[in-house]
Structure formats: structure tokens, C-alpha cells
Write a protein that binds this ligand. Structure first.
Ligand SMILES: Cc1cc2nc3c(=O)[nH]c(=O)nc-3n(C[C@H](O)[C@H](O)[C@H](O)COP(=O)(O)OP(=O)(O)OC[C@H]3O[C@@H](n4cnc5c(N)ncnc54)[C@H](O)[C@@H]3O)c2cc1C
Length: 260
């Protein structure tokens, strides 16, 4: 179909006028073998033109299968981290590390070595144990051994249709939030700060999320689970801060995430 799409932040429009949304591997194979230039896109969160092409863009959002076997999970390329986590959690399983955002695709996140957090945690791509991709001639290639160099491929390998990742038992995390940390307190003690927990993130607090969690903790509530960090246009606070609105959204959408 003929249309031009933008990246998630709407900071640029892709050059391709044809965006395909195949539903099967066979469809992708026929598309790739019949085109001179093809590039796959995930959830379009990259802020560079890394996924751009003047040929055909392939978006795999309609391919969202997930299957678990032992300590491995195989996802189709349309699956997001948010979808995968809920699925795994229901089975008592978890990934070792996550990106900041639940709505980016697993394949796109791994292709760019999205880092997640935690001194002892490898980036998201380190969980990958195998992948299937459609090569330039339309053939389907499966890699299970010697995947180094293929996983963080920046979209240059082909169209990845499936990825297999290692999973472990699910675990609960307590989240502590420290507010108003001056940069000077971090200087010279950066390694100490990042080694202080399983996963440590430093944020400039433009969403007041830290204040929100702090307010709950001050009230004796414990936060357990994943904070859905919704950055879509409608929930962004106005310049100058709008803490009340943010607090209400948290209560409205995630009451079950907090336990007294
Ligand atoms: C260098 C870099 C580091 C980033 N680090 C982080 C981070 O640590 N934490 C965080 O939250 N965000 C991070 N981001 C932002 C964002 O999470 C990543 O860009 C992530 O890759 C976005 O995933 P996506 O599904 O939107 O991929 P897209 O932006 O759509 O695509 C990213 C790349 O993956 C390729 N790709 C996607 N799907 C396929 C497929 N099926 N087959 C083949 N190639 C495919 C694309 O061609 C492109 O090269 C980073 C961005 C960049 C550019």
C-alpha cells in the first residue's frame, strides 16, 4: 500500500512510499525476492534514519506469536517487550533485562543492542540464542550457533522473522527512588551508584515519575512490578510540570501494581 510513515517521535518521515505488513514468512519471502531494496522496521522508536530506505519497508506488527519451550522463548518479530513480559510472567518466567519502554519490539531492541540497565546484566541482545531471517534472495536462514555478529545487526542482516531468547524464573523487585540527586554527588562515585542494585537508572525527571513513586512510598506503600512508562503525546505533562495529572493516571491505570 502507498503511504508515508514517520518514526515514533515524529521527528522524521521515512523515505519509503511502500509499507508492507505481511502476516506470514512466505509473504515476506515473496516480498523480499521481488524487491530491489527492502528494510525491516520494528516499532519505529529509533531516532536516527537507521531503518529508512527508498525501497520497500516491511513492518512485522501482524506477526505476534510467542512460544515457550523450557528455558527459551521464541517470539515472532512483531512482539513487543510489554507483550512478552506479561506472557512470561503468567508462566513464572522473566527476561534478565528490559528496555525503558514496554512498547518497543523485541527484535528491534536486540538489533540495536538496546542496553537496559544493571552493571551485571548484559544488554537485551545477550539473551538471544537463535534467530530466523529472510535473506536478500528470499531464502529463510536459521541461526542457532555462531550467532555473534548477527544479533546486533542494525537491520543489515535481512528481515528477522523470529528470535529465540533465554528466560529464567520470574522475580520480584523493590524499587527505591532517590530524588534531587545533584550531579556533583555522582561525580567520582558513578561506579558505586550504578553497582548499588540489580538495575540502576538515572533520569532527569521530566515526567515526575520519581516524585509519584516517592509519594506512594512515603505513604507506606510498596511498589511491585513494572512501571508502564507511557510516553504517548496525550500523557505528556505540559511544560512547567503537571504533577496532579500524572498522579491521577497512575492511580487510575495501575492500582493493582501497588500493595500496602
Ligand atoms: C543506538 C541506540 C541505542 C538505544 N538504546 C536504548 C536503550 O538502551 N533503552 C531504550 O529504551 N531505548 C533505546 N534506544 C531507542 C529504542 O529503544 C531502540 O531504537 C530500539 O531499537 C527501538 O526498537 P524498535 O522496535 O522501535 O526498532 P526500530 O526503531 O523500528 O528499528 C531499529 C533497528 O532494528 C531493525 N529492525 C527492526 N525490526 C527488524 C526485523 N524484523 N528484522 C530486521 N531488522 C529489524 C531496523 O531495521 C533498525 O535498524 C536506542 C536507540 C538507538 C539507535
Amino acid at each position: 500500500m502507498s503511504q508515508r510513515i514517520a518514526n515514533w517521535a515524529e521527528s522524521f518521515t521515512f523515505s519509503a512510499s511502500n509499507v508492507h505488513r505481511p502476516r506470514s514468512v512466505a509473504e515476506i519471502q515473496s516480498l523480499v525476492s521481488g524487491s530491489t531494496r527492502v528494510k525491516a522496521i520494528g516499532t519505529r522508536h529509533s531516532f536516527s534514519r537507521i531503518a529508512d530506505t527508498d525501497g520497500d519497508l516491511v513492518c512485522l506488527e501482524k506477526m505476534c506469536g510467542i512460544s515457550v519451550e523450557g528455558t527459551k522463548v521464541t517470539v515472532e518479530a512483531g512482539v513487543t517487550f510489554g507483550q512478552l513480559c506479561w506472557h512470561l510472567h503468567g508462566m513464572g518466567l522473566a527476561l534478565h533485562n528490559l528496555a525503558s519502554l514496554p512498547h518497543i519490539s523485541v527484535v528491534g531492541g536486540c538489533a540495536t543492542a538496546t542496553h537496559g540497565s544493571g552493571d551485571k546484566n548484559g544488554n537485551l541482545a545477550t539473551a538471544v540464542r537463535g534467530l530466523d531471517f529472510v535473506a536478500a534472495d528470499g531464502s529463510l536462514v536459521s541461526l542457532t550457533d555462531n550467532i555473534d555478529g548477527a544479533v546486533v545487526n542494525l537491520g543489515a542482516l535481512g528481515v528477522v522473522v523470529r528470535m529465540t531468547l533465554a528466560v529464567g524464573p520470574s522475580f520480584e523487585m523493590r524499587q527505591d527512588v532517590y530524588e534531587d540527586l545533584p550531579l556533583s554527588a555522582l561525580e567520582g562515585r558513578f561506579d558505586e551508584a550504578t553497582a548499588a542494585g540489580y538495575s540502576v537508572s538515572l533520569f532527569t525527571d521530566w515526567r515526575q515519575i520519581a516524585s509519584t513513586i516517592d509519594a506512594f512510598q512515603a505513604g507506606g506503600w510498596v511498589y511491585r512490578g513494572i512501571f508502564v512508562w507511557d510516553k504517548t503525546q496525550g500523557v505528556r505533562p505540559a511544560m512547567g510540570g503537571d504533577e496532579i495529572v500524572v498522579h491521577q493516571q497512575v492511580l487510575q491505570f495501575f492500582p493493582h501494581r501497588f500493595a500496602p
